[in-house]
Design a binder for this molecule. Structure first.
Ligand SMILES: Nc1ncnc2c1ncn2[C@@H]1O[C@H](COP(=O)(O)OP(=O)(O)OP(=O)(O)O)[C@@H](O)[C@H]1O
Ligand SMILES: [Mg+2]
Length: 400
């Protein structure tokens, strides 16, 4: 069918034509804003999930909800090698300017501007001219203390204007331990003071442990709604509704096939939906179209996101990942993976840690390791021969 009318949207952060199966978490976000406005400390939401489950899409939705409720928002994406101070300062400046527009400088706002100015200077962040605030608001150079003061000052300025501040951070697992810990300390203080500043974060599943290691009370501060594959009804809706809006339907066996192939993972649903649409001559999209979509989708992934991840791995990381893939889609036991590689756990540990650090794997439970990207195990088995079969065989199977 006409590509120009293809309704699906595979792509990082691309808003899906039908945001299926996330009603619960969207409601929690709405409640958090309402509670914050009423002076009842809400829990911070930290959305956890594998690659492509729709975390970024959700954060964008949270921002919309916050804006619709009259909140001031700051949305940033953490990247390796950028400090939290660098990331947040320009956004916080923008928020303060907005607060100033709501109601001209009051003493709290004056103080917040001054603090931000000192904060930027001590953490060496360059910002545009700050119009207001004395530059001699005291800061210590200790990120936890200074970020806490800054959040409190901004929270108080927001409270005086009867508005809510929403801070949203994507890819939180890339924050350094020090930054993450300072963020948690600052949010903890905000919650104790019941100030109207809400936090929404998103990241890979290992984040819960990172936060807990940084500060043991993180567990009580955050709510961690797990975001996973869609249940079969929502997955169907994610496929059927966009087609319907363009006057097309799916046959039941086509839907069954796509659900089985994608396991309900949102990114894959978009990829398969898009290919099935293109493959179909007319409505309904049938089983043959769905199977053609599978062929095209897998080829696309193998040359696209799977390949780019594979290329980012060193040879020993690939060997480790290939051994993991022997255990299928679920978590693999680290000891068993090491054994397959002819190593003990201690020898294999560093490779495993490298993969985790690169965001390719995580540890769902103590002693277990799993891929952060769904269907990656299948790709690894297509791409490389199994452990013990020698590099020559591996090259042959890999095809280059
Ligand atoms: N609830 C949903 N229903 C249908 N499609 C969805 C849903 N949520 C997300 N998608 C689609 O899934 C894809 C991935 O979404 P998104 O980029 O938000 O995932 P992510 O979890 O942030 O991934 P990553 O970890 O790689 O950043 C997009 O194409 C998006 O349109
Ligand atoms: Mg994302």
């Amino acid at each position: 069918m006409e590509t120009s009318r293809n309704p699906y949207s595979p792509g990082a952060g691309a808003p899906p034509p039908e945001l299926a199966g996330r009603e619960g978490v969207l409601e929690s976000a709405g409640n958090a804003i309402v509670r914050a406005k009423a002076g009842r400390a809400p829990k911070a939401l930290m959305v956890l999930g594998l690659r492509g489950v729709g975390k970024t899409v959700l954060l964008n939705e949270f921002e919309k909800i916050a804006e619709a409720n009259g909140s001031q928002t700051a949305l940033v994406e953490a990247v390796a090698n950028q400090s939290l101070a660098e990331m947040l300062t320009p956004q916080l400046q923008r928020i303060l300017l907005k607060l100033n527009r709501l109601q001209r400088v009051g003493h709290e706002l004056q103080r917040a501007f001054g603090l931000l100015r000192s904060f930027a200077s001590v953490f060496k962040v360059r910002v545009g001219e700050l119009e207001f605030g004395a530059s001699n608001e005291p800061v210590t150079g200790d990120l936890s203390l200074d970020l806490t003061d800054l959040f409190v000052a901004i929270g108080e300025a927001a409270k005086a204007r009867n508005t809510v501040i929403a801070i949203l951070i994507d890819e939180v697992q890339y924050l350094t331990q020090e930054d993450l810990s300072a963020l948690i300390v600052a949010l903890h203080k905000i919650s104790q003071r019941r100030l109207p500043l809400v936090f929404f974060g998103a990241g890979l599943p290992q984040l819960a442990k990172l936060a807990g290691d940084a500060k043991s009370y993180a567990e009580r501060l955050f709510e961690y709604p797990p975001i996973g594959p869609l249940d079969s009804e929502s997955a169907r809706r994610a496929l059927v509704e966009p087609a319907r809006s363009e006057g097309a339907e799916f046959s039941d066996d086509a839907l069954e096939h796509i659900l089985e192939q994608t396991r309900g993972y949102p990114f894959f649903l978009q990829v398969w939906g898009a290919h099935a649409w293109d493959a179909a001559k007319l409505t309904p999209i049938n089983a043959a179209d769905a199977k053609a979509a599978t062929t095209r989708a897998i080829a696309g992934l193998d040359e696209g996101i799977f390949k780019s991840r594979f290329e980012r791995m060193t040879e020993r990381q690939r060997q480790y990942a290939r051994a993991m893939a022997e255990f299928g889609a679920g978590p693999a036991n680290s000891t068993a993976v090491a054994e397959l590689l002819g190593m003990n756990v201690k020898q294999a540990g560093p490779v495993r840690d490298e993969l985790i650090k690169k965001g390719m794997a995580y540890s769902p439970n103590r002693g277990d390791v799993a891929f952060t990207i769904p269907l990656f195990d299948e790709f690894m088995r297509r791409r490389m021969a199994g452990p013990g079969k020698g590099p020559r065989a591996a090259r042959k199977v890999g095809g280059n």
